[in-house]
Design a binder for this molecule. Structure first.
Ligand SMILES: [Zn+2]
Length: 151
């Protein structure tokens, strides 16, 4: 099958339009809930040496949170391959997953913790995950917790 024929069906195009952007509704919902809870973070925080960015970055804690769309990032529960151009899509999503792994290893080597949250996780569960990570980091690194509080 040729790779030069990526003409997505209209249903797929709509899904792309809906989930592709950096500011998908699900992510915005999570950010405002975090903000309401008094948590402070940066968004679209640039990752040095790449054109990528961290969706939600707790810079003082070096916790990088990504909101991964089930379709684009190949969620093991909801990953579906569009019926047309299957090979092209499989390849595309495999490329995305490889990029995610590379992003994770870059961040990890720079001392960050990476938390990837699937789109299908509820906002409440996502917040619980983030809070538990922040707690673990502050328990492990009290000095960092101190600096974060001083801010
Ligand atoms: Zn999913």
């Amino acid at each position: 099958m040729s790779r030069s024929m990526p003409v997505p069906s209209s249903a797929v195009s709509r899904r792309m339009a809906r989930t592709r952007g950096k500011d998908n509704p699900r992510e915005r919902e999570l950010r405002s809930a975090l903000h309401r809870q008094g948590l402070r973070f940066r968004i679209h925080y640039a990752i040095p040496g790449t054109k990528r960015s961290i969706d939600i970055a707790f810079t003082k804690w070096r916790l990088a949170v990504f909101c991964d769309g089930c379709f684009w990032h190949g969620c093991p529960i909801h990953a579906t391959t569009p019926k047309t151009n299957q090979e092209w899509w499989k390849d595309k999503i495999a490329t995305n997953k490889a990029r995610d792994l590379d992003t994770d290893s870059r961040l990890t080597s720079a001392g960050w913790q990476v938390l990837r949250i699937w789109e299908h996780v509820t906002v409440d569960d996502a917040i619980a995950l983030i809070r538990s990570q922040l707690q673990q980091i502050s328990a492990r690194e009290p000095a960092r917790a101190q600096r974060a509080n001083e801010r």
